[in-house]
Design a protein. Structure first.
Ligand code: ATP
Length: 523
């Protein structure tokens, strides 16, 4: 992965995927699409599912009618709090500035930093030492109070004795202000507000506004799910932790429509199923957890939400980052797009109105209810939404896969190697083909094998350098199998297949090779 526009100094919060990265991310998306949508067998009842169900796909536009965002709530509610530093002129997300209390020379101050969790102790120490003008030998005059807390937990009086991350004087933070995360643009030649539109901050709304189109153009019946993968944009105040929080990213979302009476069962089903998906692709239970939101944490539309979280190595010990949210959204979205923006604070939900009693944002006026053919019952479906980030999932798979171990080189001596233990389904390169030496007809046979395999999967050909070094290069790229053509291959038509993880080499006949590799990678 490279920083976007790197030769011009880069753009904060934007990332490009290089030749291996693009394959890995595409494999993550393809695995999701295959497992959740295209490969879904609607005739069997999956374990834990209340009944059988159908899945279909959609691909919606990034720019949508501005009214979509008014009725979804994003126009009024999709904001974070930010603070500015009057001294450094830098802007920070209120809840992301972390710091700790320290006293020296009869003064108690709160020292903050935005550096990564593993360096924040040293960074706050360095800042406090500078602030109190202490020499290195006098640092033990600093009396620290335990633990880091985020700035939004402090009182306004405490803000006055806070040292901002890039400031030298105290109390330079402004009061927190709301900041809408949607990117605004203008459509067509109109540059005024009539042409204003927003880049979607989530793919979900495209599915809701097409609910009726899907019902009318297919024969799906409730319960069913609609899947979509696509770019989303959020003008994050402080993008960080590599691709974990960026301003342009990809989501993999499902809106699952069901009868309200069955929605609690489906919520549980999707929570468990999505958790298992990450396990099946290699994330270990040691770093993965499912966290149910507390009632006061729930989004404005939600009757229940659980996050699938991963203990990314760049987070502080014991902290987790969200990979996916599974939300029970009730009928909030369909009803808002039908009737007008609903008031999320009211139970039961009713139209949100301005002070003079007018509807705050009008809905489409279209009928987005569902009629059950068998029972003749008409209702607004409930929705379960498993919403995942492709970039975050990929980052978690990368972190989990990174290993250093020992493997023998060509002389049998043990050497340290970096190996990416990626699940074969998502590995960027499935197999590499090597001629042991560049002579005696070995390259010709290796190239033929390479050409045959290339029709089925992404394979790599390498004839340069010692074979041990070629193996290690593939270990670093996460390639699960290395195929070597040697002297024996020319005699009996077999090659060796080396397994990246076990290092076991087996001889396989060239005629069975494609099928064997396909079976091993599970395609
Ligand atoms: P966070 O609390 O981390 O900002 P969120 O709760 O706002 O995330 P959702 O709105 O639930 O995120 O979005 C669903 C998924 O989209 C997230 O679980 C994550 O995988 C992905 N996602 C959201 N924001 C970003 C981002 N800025 N960069 C990369 N992925 C993101």
């Amino acid at each position: 992965m490279f920083q976007s526009s790197e030769i011009y100094g880069g753009m904060n919060g934007f990332w490009d995927y290089g030749p291996l990265g693009v394959e890995l991310k595409r494999n993550v998306k393809n695995a999701w699409w295959q497992d959740m949508c295209a490969g879904h067998n609607e005739l069997i009842q999956l374990e834990g599912a209340p009944s059988t169900f159908e899945m279909v796909g959609l691909d919606c536009t990034i720019l949508m009618h501005p009214q979509v965002w008014k009725c979804s709530g994003h126009y009024d509610l999709f904001h974070d709090f930010m603070v500015d530093c009057r001294e450094s002129k830098k802007r920070y997300r209120f809840d992301q500035v972390r710091g700790r209390w320290v006293s020296a020379k009869s003064q108690r101050i709160f020292v903050t930093t935005m550096v990564e969790a593993d360096t924040e102790v040293e960074e706050t120490q360095r800042k406090a030492q500078k602030f109190f003008n202490l020499r290195a030998k006098d640092v033990d005059q600093l009396v620290w109070e335990s633990g880091f807390v985020s700035l939004d937990k402090l009182t306004p009086e405490e803000h006055a004795v806070t040292l901002a991350p890039d400031a030298n004087t105290l109390g330079t933070f402004t009061a927190p202000r709301e900041f809408n995360l949607m990117f605004k643009t203008y459509v067509g030649a109109l540059s005024g507000e009539e042409g204003a539109a927003f880049l979607r901050p989530e793919t979900a709304q495209g599915i809701f506004v097409n609910f009726k189109n899907v019902l009318d153009s297919t024969r799906v019946k409730i319960p069913f799910g609609v899947a979509q993968i696509g770019k989303s944009f959020r003008n994050e105040i402080t993008p960080r932790n590599f691709t974990f929080r960026s301003r342009e990213f990809e989501q993999m979302e499902i809106e699952f429509f069901c009868n309200p009476t069955e929605s609690p069962g489906w919520y549980t089903y999707w929570r468990n199923r999505r958790m298992q998906w990450y396990r099946d692709l290699g994330l270990s239970d040691k770093r993965l957890r499912l966290r149910e939101h507390h009632a006061d944490e729930l989004s404005h539309y939600s009757c229940g939400t659980a996050d699938i979280e991963y203990a990314f190595p760049f987070l502080a010990e014991g902290e987790y980052g969200e990979l996916e949210g599974i939300a029970h959204r009730g009928d909030f979205d369909l009803r808002s797009h039908m009737e007008g923006k609903l008031d999320p604070k009211k139970r039961p939900l009713e139209l949100e109105r301005t002070e003079d009693g007018q509807p705050k944002h009008r809905g489409s006026g279209r009928d987005l209810t569902y009629r059950d053919d068998l029972t003749n019952e008409r209702y607004t479906p409930h929705v379960i939404e498993p919403s995942a980030g492709a970039d975050r999932a990929m980052l978690a798979f990368l972190c989990e896969a990174y290993t250093e171990d020992e493997a023998p080189d060509e002389d049998g001596k043990m050497q340290t190697r970096v190996v990416m233990r990626l699940h074969p389904r998502i590995a960027p390169i499935k197999a590499a083909v090597f001629p042991l030496v560049k002579k005696d007809g070995m390259p010709e046979l290796a190239q033929k094998i390479y050409g045959d395999l290339k029709k089925h999967m992404n394979v790599f050909y390498d004839e340069k350098g010692a074979v041990g070094r070629r193996y290690r290069r593939q270990d670093e790229a996460g390639t699960p199998y290395c195929i070597t053509v040697d002297g024996q291959s020319l005699v009996d038509g077999t090659v060796t297949v080396r397994d990246r993880d076990t290092l076991v080499q087996t001889r396989i006949s060239v005629s069975e090779l494609t099928q064997e590799i396909k079976t091993r990678i599970g395609s």
